[in-house]
Design a protein around this ligand. Structure first.
Ligand code: NAD
Ligand code: MG
Length: 407
């Protein structure tokens, strides 16, 4: 695209917003709406919420829209006939959309491993890829980084912690050792059960787990934030994105969620990125990078906040942290197994088929049952994901009887 987007600026970015109806998708479109001269919405996708996708298509007039089910796509196409939006469905449609030449930038806002193939296609096609969808990075980040080097894709983190780390690192950067980085410190709010005794975890309901004290997010990541698996996944995500060993990453509980993460250098300097807990800040940063643009967020008032607290995480009450770190150290297929078992366990918890306390037990059983094998291709990762999910379903079925298990 040669079109000039704004005075002295880059060309207009053609956006594909995958998961447009979700929390990340909606926040992205709010930022985009403030800067019509910089961005054009080329494609929007949703899994099931056809009515919400229709409203977004009427507002944004994208060239392409994707919805999962063919019958929903036919109905959507009929109701969008006047807009000229082409509606796609079916297994390859997301990949087709991200490869479209009108798309320069892909916002990965799908939740879970369901976003893996479209993220791969975007990276393989050499696009600018904004990652909120952390699960593909956990499962195959080492391969995605290599793929990006080969294709020329630019990977930019939307996850607030990784975006903060990215902002605290020198750009452009060769390697963290050359940059004098000693350690990355990921902050963690502690979730809704930071002060809850473990004895009360068995009775936790999905509604309680999804009521996060600081962030408003989708249900799956809200449960992950309550078990602290979100921070475990983010530890692996950081290892992948910044190409560091798990031992170089520490986690600190910071209940106010004002410092989004920190980088410690060998001279003792520690750089932090601060802001109100609002995803529009990291989204605006990544959308405009290396420029800075208005995000529409409330300004930080430190005097009003008054104090910033920190404490060490409690791995006794939150075993998901320990399990994720062990999977990061084991490498190979272990992070894929961890992620698959977690997705299945969280789904079962949200469907009231598994207790909150049993989520880490299921994940640990699956990690023990599945051997660690090499994961050096997309196919190998997908196969391991499939086997770990089957194993997790069997573990959950056997869980009531406490009969564990060989997968
Ligand atoms: P959400 O549940 O609000 O939205 C998920 C989106 O993905 C929806 O648009 C849905 O239609 C789509 N989707 C769901 N299943 C799909 C499938 N099988 N195939 C295709 N599309 C599907 O989730 P969210 O909170 O926006 O989170 C999205 C991702 O971003 C997650 O990986 C999460 O960990 C990450 N993330 C979210 C936040 C946040 O503040 N919400 C912050 C950091 C990272
Ligand atoms: Mg995060």
């Amino acid at each position: 695209m040669s079109e000039k987007g704004h005075p002295g600026g880059e060309a207009v970015q053609g956006l594909a917003v995958l998961g447009a109806t979700g929390s990340i998708g909606v926040s992205t479109l709010k930022v985009v709406g403030l800067h019509p001269e910089r961005f054009r919405v080329v494609a929007l996708s949703a899994h099931q919420r056809a009515e919400e996708l229709r409203a977004l298509c009427l507002a944004w007039r994208p060239a392409l829209a994707v919805i999962h089910a063919p019958e929903a796509a036919r109905a959507l196409a009929r109701s969008l006939a006047v807009t000229g939006t082409e509606v796609l469905s079916g297994p390859e449609s997301l990949e087709r959309v991200v490869r479209d030449p009108r798309v320069t930038t892909v916002v990965c806002g799908i939740v879970g491993a369901a976003g893996l193939k479209s993220a791969w296609a975007a990276v393989a096609a050499g696009k600018r890829v904004l990652f909120a969808n952390k699960e593909p990075l956990v499962m195959s980040g080492h391969l995605l980084m290599a793929l990006a080097r080969a294709s020329g894709a630019r990977l930019l983190p939307l996850d607030s912690e990784h975006n903060a780390v990215f902002q605290c690192l020198p750009q452009p950067r060769a390697g963290l050792a050359e940059a004098g980085v000693r350690r990355i410190l990921l902050t963690c709010s502690g979730g809704p059960f930071r002060n809850t005794p473990a004895s009360e975890f068995a009775a936790v309901t999905p509604e309680q787990a999804c009521a996060h004290p600081r962030w408003s997010m989708g249900r799956k990541i809200s449960v992950d934030s309550a078990t602290l698996m979100n921070k475990g996944l983010e530890l692996i995500e950081a290892c992948r994105l910044f190409e560091v060993a798990p031992g170089q990453i520490d986690i600190v509980i910071h209940p106010q969620s004002i410092i989004h993460s920190l980088v410690e250098y060998v001279d003792g300097s520690v750089l932090a990125q601060l802001g109100n807990p609002d995803m529009r800040t990291p989204i605006a940063h990544a959308l405009a990078f290396p420029d800075r643009i208005e995000a529409g967020v409330a300004r930080l008032d430190l005097a009003e906040i008054g104090r910033l607290d920190f404490e060490a995480p409690d791995e006794g009450r939150f075993p998901c942290l320990r399990l994720a770190r062990a999977a990061a150290v084991a490498g190979a297929s272990a992070p894929t197994v961890l992620n698959a078992a977690n997705e299945v366990a969280v789904e079962a918890f949200l469907a009231r088929q598994l207790s909150f306390a049993a989520i880490p037990e299921v994940i640990e059983s699956v990690l023990e049952a599945r051997p660690v094998v090499p994961a050096e291709s997309l196919e190998a990762v997908l196969e391991e994901d499939r086997m770990a999910r089957e194993c997790a379903h069997r573990v959950i079925a056997a869980h009531g009887a406490k009969g564990i298990l060989a997968c």
